[in-house]
Ligand binder design. Structure first.
Ligand code: NAD
Length: 488
């Protein structure tokens, strides 16, 4: 294992994400030897904490993972805390002193990772202050890791990006999309480009349609007031689903490097058909959950304004205008309070052109379509459904599943998305981060739908908890003579 050397500065160090994900992920990297002695962590936020208090919080956040109290103490000894308001420009000098001290103490050679785990309205200002107040080192690398959301439409995303690039170049900016840290999302590339039997069929000659489902079973919970300003389209489609779709649709990269993969993802997103308002109305469906037997209507959740028109469900049909995909719909759906919590991708192949078994004397069963399902979560695996002969004297066919799931041991070896992504950032590997061009094309696609929904009054609520969304989502496929592979 290669030791990484850096000083991390976490803005928003007392926040929920830092405690739940960031410190535990760093700790796992520490246990695996990706971090050894030569790293320091500066935590900063507005809260008036001492370093000792901070260390206690860090230790609490990793409790259960440590092999001994001594190990936890040693890890925590790399952490310092400075209370700081990010809008207080002169005060950045205090951060600089602390970073320099950590750099010297742990011999970090000027390598700096600035991690913004705060409300996005501060991102631009922090980046500008990092530069103007001299926090950038001149003897190591300087990298910015930035949480979602990246803007709320193309215009605001562009403004944010313009602000960030005054300080950081594109190859220094790591936009987190934690779906890209998931094992089976990364497996899309292995499945496609490592298998002749898959990639040679990966086009409109053999594929009928592709379905992506990101299903959540919970409602908005404590994030209601944030979620109400975002909605499913911005929160899930613009980022995660667009990233997944670009990996499914892209051409083969020249090599498996971040630069080569990015070129292909951007090319794929460029050929995604951006709808007119009329087309968007025909190809996208939104929903909002109703109370059901136990809960309350979304509109009545704490923190949600009365009569909110925010969508908690989206389904849509996307089309690529290129040689590979022309005529193949990519159906997507995501929502809250659905039947179950899972993410899966179903690639539905065309049926054989001629069904010789349907010849009247032989059988009245029809062949099913082959489906390649990629199970992203909660299980890591995939399955291929093929037609085979049913056992017995007659000649009937039935679909059988060839499937593979990672065993418990491999599942345990799978790093948490944040662990993988923090490691990638230290390695300077951007493969699993969203580039600016990808973000920009995704917003341009989503903006059309958003603008339409902002002016049209929806009929909400329109689906029950525990369902797979509004009826219109099923009709979107039925209209094309198709149906969702996963149904209740
Ligand atoms: P949080 O509200 O729990 O924490 C915010 C942090 O910012 C706190 O440490 C607070 O002290 C600090 N802060 C606020 N104003 C400040 C100021 N003026 N100066 C200095 N510090 C200030 O937020 P969070 O849930 O940890 O989320 C952080 C980021 O991560 C956000 O961009 C969010 O969208 C993103 N994110 C969070 C989650 C999650 O599960 N929590 C998931 C995905 C993305």
């Amino acid at each position: 294992t290669k030791e990484n050397i850096a000083v991390f500065t976490f803005f928003g160090a007392t926040g929920d994400l830092a405690k739940r994900k960031l410190y535990p992920s760093l700790f796992k990297l520490y246990q695996k030897g990706y971090l050894k002695e030569r790293f320091g962590v500066l935590g900063t936020s507005r809260a008036d904490w001492s370093t000792d208090q901070f260390k206690d919080v860090v230790k609490e956040s990793i409790s259960g993972l440590e092999s001994s109290a001594e190990e936890a103490d040693k890890f925590a000894s790399h952490f310092e805390y400075v209370a700081h308001d990010v809008t207080d420009q002169p005060h950045y000098s205090v951060l600089l002193d602390a970073i320099k001290e950590l750099d010297e103490r742990f011999d970090a050679q000027g390598n700096r990772v600035f991690y913004l785990s705060m409300a996005p309205n501060f991102f631009g200002e922090i980046a500008l202050n990092i530069k103007s107040q001299g926090l950038i080192s001149d003897n190591g690398y300087n990298r910015l890791v930035i949480e979602k959301p990246f803007g709320r439409d193309y215009k605001s995303a562009k403004k944010l990006n313009d602000e960030l690039t005054l300080t950081f170049d594109e190859d220094q900016i790591f936009r987190i999309d934690h779906y890209l840290g998931k094992e089976m999302i990364q497996n899309i590339e292995a499945l496609r480009f490592g298998n002749t039997i898959i990639e040679s069929l990966w086009n409109n000659r053999y594929i009928d349609n592709v379905q992506i489902t990101l299903s959540e079973s919970l409602g908005v919970e404590e994030r209601a007031s944030y979620y109400d300003t975002s909605g499913a389209l911005r929160d899930m489609v613009q980022n995660h689903i667009m990233q997944i779709i670009s990996q499914l649709a892209m051409e083969q990269p020249v090599a498996f490097t971040d630069a080569d993969v990015r070129v292909e993802k951007v090319k794929a997103l460029r050929s995604l058909r951006v709808y007119s308002a009329v087309e968007a109305a025909g190809n996208f469906v939104r929903g909002q959950y109703a109370a059901g037997d136990e809960g309350v209507d979304y509109r009545d959740e704490d923190g949600v304004p009365e009569g909110s028109n925010n969508e908690t469900f989206v389904a849509g049909k996307l089309l690529f205008d290129n040689y590979r995909w022309s005529g193949v719909p990519f159906y997507i759906r995501t929502g809250k309070k659905l039947a179950d919590k899972f993410t899966r991708i179903d690639v539905v192949f065309k049926k054989p052109l001629i069904d010789i078994f349907a010849f009247p004397q032989q059988s009245d069963a029809t062949l099913s379509a082959n489906v390649l399902t990629i199970y992203v979560e909660p299980k890591n695996g995939f399955a291929l459904t093929v037609n085979a002969k049913s056992a017995g004297q007659g000649f009937e066919t039935e679909p059988v599943k060839l499937d593979f799931y990672q065993d418990e041991k491999s599942e345990k070896d799978v790093p948490e998305p944040y662990e993988r992504l923090m490691h990638d950032a230290m390695e300077g590997n951007s493969t699993n981060f969203a580039s600016w061009s990808e973000v920009a094309y995704a917003w341009k696609f989503v903006d059309v739908i958003r603008r339409l929904w902002d002016i049209e009054e929806p009929h909400f609520p329109n689906y029950l908890p525990g369902s797979m969304g509004p009826k219109a989502s099923d009709e979107l496929l039925e209209r094309d003579g198709r149906s969702w592979v996963y149904k209740l």
